[in-house]
Ligand binder design. Structure first.
Ligand code: AHR
Length: 539
């Protein structure tokens, strides 16, 4: 790495460390941060910290659903440890059943007596190793999913089948989920299957990746399908419809999809076509490269973080296009798939397709992504990590009775206090880093972060991507605010490739970090390759 930071700051950093060891006055700092809690901005929707689970490899089966007769501790067939951990991070929502799986899924296959459900073709069959099959047994269906949501306290977000389904099948699923008891036959059927009360599902995805596995459509063609799907949808509560959005990780950001879709909704005589959410997908996509989840060098570390933060440009580009067709911005983003995607080779086992090793690098990537989401809170209704367990950017790994939280889990825990806060302006005064990337040097922010306020409590999250230098950081509250106290936690490890395994589940975890306060300023020393969350109490 080519250090941009000035030499004298290094000695200031050393002085800053001494502050924590003893009671010396606050030292000069590498980074100056200013936060103004008197200017609260838009609320940060808790749904930004959402989840996605698909019938794919070991995500649902084994990861979440272990079965009622399992020796693994479970709640009616659902892995108890998973439920407990999801509660712990306040998981706000769960998207299901896909992903690509959704556009081949017929919801009726997943209801009724467990032993009588059909075995059906599985979209991911083609990715399974030779001789292995991904037959769908349908043990986990709508009722099991709703029970999981209830136990976790998460809001359900269902993805409907547009690719191989019909508007009628979609409408019947809506009625099955939401019709009040004693009204439609579908409500009675739901009651017979164990749930008298409606599920009150608000979030409905109208297909998934309709430009690819969801139907190979153009944006204009999909606009036609979308209009049909929502035209006569039964309304029990005001639904929030999510239209398929672009493949944001395409080299051109897939702006053509957004133009085509919104263009396809213009000038149509109709009863007012509403698009509440637009499902942008952004994978930090290294599938076609040698980049591996577990074995990487400095260039790979920086390349992943660099490509990760590009999501900010993608958000801005599509928002601009959406604004041309919808100047009031009634449609907001639902970034319902985001995460790192490496070449294969670190799977948990042959059938755990798309699972990969999750390291400290993925935890920092998640933190920088969340800071982007917070900074664009007014544009985003929801976001969902792909995928929560046994998959790409997972928080958990589970095989049989073995289970661990990954480093990425801790990012979710650290960012929890941002949920339902209001974003506040934050200025970071620190030069960018020049970092080595596979195609030559590039730039990364020396620190990236976001801040929010709730009552008298400020949350500041910061990531130091440097593999070399710590950053002594002075966080000053402007607008006349004074600080009572500050508490900080840090997520880091000496080894950039550090991960949690079944044998060493606590290798990467949270630690307390000193954050002394003086007047309107708190000081934290952010180690290299680290995420820090600071909780500041205003007087
Ligand atoms: O998350 C894995 C897959 O990635 C999803 O099924 C699909 O929507 C996307 O291409």
């Amino acid at each position: 790495m080519i250090p941009d930071r000035r030499g004298f700051l290094k000695s200031a950093a050393a002085a800053g460390m001494a502050t924590f060891a003893g009671l010396r006055p606050l030292a000069a700092a590498d980074a100056e941060i200013e936060i103004d809690p008197s200017q609260p901005g838009p609320p940060i929707n808790p749904h930004l910290y959402g989840h996605f689970i698909e019938h794919l490899g070991g995500v649902v089966y084994d990861g979440i659903w272990v079965g009622r007769d399992s020796k693994i501790p479970n709640l009616d067939g659902l892995r108890k440890q998973f439920v407990d951990d999801m509660k712990r991070i306040g998981a706000p929502n769960l998207r299901w059943p896909g992903g690509c799986f959704a556009d081949a899924y017929h919801w009726r296959d997943g209801i009724g007596a467990a032993g009588k459900r059909p075995r059906t073709y599985h979209y991911w069959e083609h990715r399974m190793p030779q001789g292995r099959h991904a037959v769908e047994g349908n043990e986990f269906g709508t009722h099991e999913f709703m029970r999981l949501c209830r136990l976790v306290g998460a809001e359900p977000y269902l993805a409907a089948n547009v690719g191989s389904g019909t508007p009628q099948e979609f409408h019947e699923w809506v009625s099955y989920c939401n019709a009040p008891p004693g009204t439609l036959s579908l409500a009675e059927e739901r009651a017979r299957n164990g749930d008298r009360e409606p599920f009150n599902v608000k979030y409905w995805g109208v297909g998934n990746e309709s430009w690819g596995c969801g139907g190979n459509m153009t944006g204009g063609e999909y606009a036609t399908e979308y209009r049909k799907y929502i035209a006569q949808v039964p309304v029990y509560l005001r639904p929030f419809f999510v239209a398929t959005g672009p493949r944001g990780h395409s080299p051109d950001g897939d702006v053509g999809w957004t133009e085509g879709f919104f263009g396809g909704l213009q000038g149509v005589r109709g009863l007012g076509v509403r698009v509440d959410g637009f499902a942008l997908h952004y994978y930090t996509d290294f599938r076609q490269t040698a980049e591996d989840g577990a074995r990487f060098e400095a260039k790979g570390w920086y390349a992943v973080l660099h490509k990760g933060v590009h999501i900010e440009d993608v958000i801005n580009d599509h928002w601009r296009i959406m604004g041309k067709h919808d100047p009031q911005h009634r449609t907001r983003f639902v970034i319902d798939e985001w995460g790192n995607w490496y070449r294969g080779g670190t799977e948990l086992g042959p059938e755990y397709i798309l699972s990969q090793t999750i390291t400290l690098r993925d935890a920092l990537h998640a933190a920088m992504t969340f800071d982007v989401f917070n900074r664009h809170a007014e544009k985003i209704e929801m976001a969902n990590v792909a995928q929560t367990i046994n998959c790409l950017h997972s928080l958990f790994a589970a095989v049989g009775d073995k289970y661990t939280r990954t480093p990425a889990y801790y990012t979710f825990e650290m960012y929890r206090p941002h949920m339902a806060g209001r974003r506040v302006p934050m200025k970071i005064d620190l030069p960018d880093l020049t970092v080595p990337l596979p195609d030559g040097p590039g730039r990364l922010p020396g620190l990236s972060g976001s801040a929010s306020v709730r009552d008298r409590s400020l949350t500041v999250t910061l990531t130091n991507p440097s593999l070399q230098d710590r950053v002594v950081t002075r966080i000053r509250v402007s607008g006349g605010g004074r600080l009572r106290e500050a508490r900080a936690t840090v997520l880091t490890h000496e080894d950039m490739r550090a991960t949690n395994t079944f044998e060493r589940p606590d290798e990467v975890g949270l630690a307390a970090l000193a954050a002394p306060v003086s007047g309107d300023t708190a000081t934290v020393t952010i180690p290299k390759q680290a995420v820090v969350a600071v909780s500041l109490q205003l007087v």
